[in-house]
Structure formats: C-alpha cells, structure tokens
Design a binder for this molecule. Structure first.
Ligand SMILES: Cc1cc2nc3c(=O)[nH]c(=O)nc-3n(C[C@H](O)[C@H](O)[C@H](O)COP(=O)(O)OP(=O)(O)OC[C@H]3O[C@@H](n4cnc5c(N)ncnc54)[C@H](O)[C@@H]3O)c2cc1C
Ligand code: FES
Length: 255
C-alpha cells in the first residue's frame, strides 16, 4: 500500500451527467495501481480560502489509461469549484484513501442511494459473481446504463417516475431479490434500512459510510462513527470513517 502524498494531477474531462452531477476523469498514474472499489480520494480547491480537501469516492479505475473516474454532486463551494474544471487543468489530490470493499460471496446485491451510487460501479465491474444492482434516486437518474453492463439493474424513485415507487428496500421486496452478500453506499437513513434488512434476512453486509471530514487521513477524529467494539486507536467505541472505513461490515458499527 502506498503512502498518501498530495499530488498535482491533470483533468482529462469534466462533463455534466445530469443537473448538478458531474463526471470527472483524472490522469492518476501510480494511484491506479493501489486503488480499490470503495476507496476515495481527497481533492483540494485552488481557492486558498478553502483549505480542507473534499472526499470523493472512486467511481471507476481504468488501469490501461492510468485514469480514475469520480462522479460528484455540486453541494457547496468546493464542489462548485470542481464543476468549473476544464480538460488540462491541474488539481491537487491525495489518494487512494480508506478501506474499500472486500470482494466476496457468490450472489451479490449492490445497493446505492443518490450520490452513494458512484462507488458501486467499480465494484460491479470487479465482482465476478452473479449480481443484482438496486439504485435509488430521488427523481433524476444517472449512471444506470453504466451499471447495466455488469448486472441486473432495479431502480427506485421517490415519485415512482422510474422503477419502483419508494426506496431501495421497496425495490428489493418488489423484485424478490436475494443474496449472500450485500454491498451498500448511500445516505445514513438508507444504510440503517439496509442494515436492518440484512440482519432480519441473515445476509452479510458491507456498508460504505459518509461523514463530514477534515484531514481525511486519520489524524483529526472529525469523522468518527460509533463502533460495536472498542477501537484500539482511541480506546472508545468509535472508528474513523476516513481510516478504518469508509467501508465497514454491518456488525462492526452502530447506525
Ligand atoms: C468517503 C466519502 C466519499 C464521498 N464520495 C462522494 C462522491 O463520490 N460524490 C459526491 O458527490 N460526494 C461524495 N462525498 C461527499 C462530498 O465529500 C461532499 O459533498 C463535499 O465534501 C462537499 O464539499 P463542498 O465544498 O461542495 O460543500 P461545503 O458544504 O461547502 O463543504 C464544507 C466542508 O464540509 C465538508 N463536507 C461537507 N459535506 C460533506 C460530506 N457529505 N462528507 C464529507 N465532508 C463533507 C467538506 O469537505 C468541506 O470541508 C463523499 C464523502 C465521503 C466522506
Ligand atoms: S477526517 Fe480526520 S480523522 Fe477522519
């Protein structure tokens, strides 16, 4: 595993996928060798007033072209600055960071909600087992055609405009989906629902958590979540999402 060092890397393209959602390819060179699905990179803003890096999950890894893909939603000033990046621009970046997904199981259920959907794409690509993929959106969809290359895709939307009306659990139940491993990434209420569903149905689950981050490299404790076991680093019931996560087994954490 390489040590995370800040590097200036080149933007290959940065296009709008859907209203407010951008598709960014970066020339990643040696970063791609270590990158795993579920890990993230921290991107720095050029505006000196915004010192903290912004964590963004790795959506795809292209080892042949030494590049990585990030898909992000414009939320505040940092991501708004990223949306203005042009081909050839340089951006400071650290990564790959954190613990990604462990590839296992013979029948997988991948569950993504909103901007938690992108990190599941590289996972879908790398998992060789049978897989169903459930994508939950509020209304506007993105990346669903990319996922169709790797498994059966089921969609839920809050307004029912596409797929099952409701949330990802409604889509799983409506389509009678079963698995021996669940991989999920999305907002905390969705992850709570997935954790409960996995427990009730005795399915092993790996959950990718999101929390506001500061350093992104395990130094500041800004990103802790509650853990079932006492953590050897802090001696209390918590784990750093940026370092021990963002991916945890469902029984390792309390949501
Ligand atoms: C492990 C991880 C992976 C992520 N992957 C993605 C992704 O693939 N695509 C995507 O669109 N978003 C992703 N996010 C959320 C993304 O980091 C925030 O939307 C982004 O940092 C917001 O920055 P901003 O300057 O636009 O917003 P502001 O609200 O102005 O940010 C202010 C500060 O708070 C931090 N912050 C705000 N919201 C979050 C958040 N949700 N998580 C962590 N830090 C936050 C920012 O990094 C910044 O330091 C991920 C977050 C984490 C923790
Ligand atoms: S963001 Fe600093 S320890 Fe995780």
């Amino acid at each position: 595993m390489s040590i995370a060092i800040k590097k200036s890397i080149r933007v290959l393209k940065n296009l709008m996928l859907e209203e407010g959602v951008y598709d960014l390819w970066l020339e990643a060179d040696d970063m791609v060798a270590d990158a795993r699905p579920g890990q993230f990179v921290s991107l720095y803003c050029n505006d000196g007033g915004r010192l903290l890096p912004r964590p963004i999950s790795i959506c795809e890894i292209d080892r042949d072209k030494s590049s990585i893909r990030l898909v992000y939603r414009v939320l505040g000033k940092g991501t708004e600055e990223f949306s203005r990046l042009k081909t050839g621009d340089l951006i400071d970046c650290i990564g790959p960071l954190g613990r990604g997904f462990t590839l296992e199981g013979s029948k997988a259920l991948l569950i993504g909600g909103g901007i938690g959907i992108p990190p599941l794409l590289e996972l879908a690509k790398q998992l060789s087992c049978e897989k169903d993929i459930v994508l939950g959106y509020r209304d506007l969809t993105f990346l669903e055609n990319d996922f169709k290359k790797y498994g059966n895709v089921y969609i839920s939307t809050e307004d029912g405009s596409i797929g099952t009306k409701g949330n990802v659990i409604d889509a799983i139940k409506a389509n009678n989906l079963t698995a021996d491993i669940i991989y999920a990434c999305g907002p905390t209420p969705m992850l709570k629902g997935v954790k409960e569903y996995a427990e009730v149905n005795h399915i092993k689950a790996q959950l990718s958590l999101e929390e506001r981050m500061a350093c992104g490299i395990g130094a500041c404790l800004a990103c802790v979540c509650q853990s079932t076991e006492v953590d050897h680093h802090t001696n209390v019931h918590n784990k750093r999402i940026c370092k021990e996560g963002p991916v945890f087994y469902a029984d390792e954490i309390v949501l």
